[in-house]
Design a protein around this ligand. Structure first.
Ligand SMILES: [Mg+2]
Length: 186
């Protein structure tokens, strides 16, 4: 079973503005806060899953964050950044209710899992954890959504998630299992 993890607001929170709580490390101009239980979460997941990281941030940033958070003895099968994402234009609706493709349109970076299929992974046995549902709009059956982390020291999401995830590790097809409401299922 392959488990793909997002970075920003899933495993860490990076901010240019100092928060009241102490940061864990600095990358570029960002003060980085690791999500509570991150170390234990990664060690635990590595016992049950093949692990990978896929973020829609720039490649350099992604590599540097990963180097800072990866516990000794835990390895990742791949670390992907924005280059592997697919830009999707989200047209904005103007004052008259018409789609306006010219102004205010913005890109969302989707993570299309068919890209990992080309690498020989099976979607039946692939899970992806992200805080932004739009990024997984093409593969919601593989998705587990986590609440966005913005630096709160009392956050419990990873502690709960590391108890839930092992219940999925032997499924023959993760896409047929309802994973919304996972917090009540461990
Ligand atoms: Mg995110």
């Amino acid at each position: 079973m392959l488990l793909i993890l997002d970075l920003d607001e899933t495993l860490i929170h990076a901010t240019e503005k100092r928060l009241a709580t102490p940061f864990d490390f600095v990358v570029g101009k960002y003060f980085v806060h690791t999500r509570p239980y991150l170390h234990d979460f990664l060690v635990s997941c590595a016992q049950h899953f093949e692990l990978a990281v896929w973020s829609s941030a720039s490649e350099d940033y992604v590599q540097e964050i990963v180097q800072n958070i990866l516990p000794t003895g835990v390895s990742l099968s791949f670390v992907w950044g924005r280059n592997r994402c697919t830009p999707i234009i989200s047209p904005q609706i103007d004052f008259y209710g018409r789609y306006n493709m010219d102004i205010n349109s913005y890109y969302e970076y989707a993570k299309k899992l068919k890209k990992i299929k080309r690498r020989g992974y099976r979607l039946e046995t692939t899970l992806i954890v992200d805080d932004t549902p739009a990024k997984l709009a093409f593969n919601y059956g593989n998705a587990i959504y986590i609440q966005p982390f913005e630096g709160e020291p009392t956050d419990e999401e990873l502690r709960k998630l590391m108890q839930y995830l092992p219940t999925l590790k032997d499924l023959s097809d993760v896409r047929y299992i309802e994973k919304r409401g996972w917090r009540t299922k461990y």
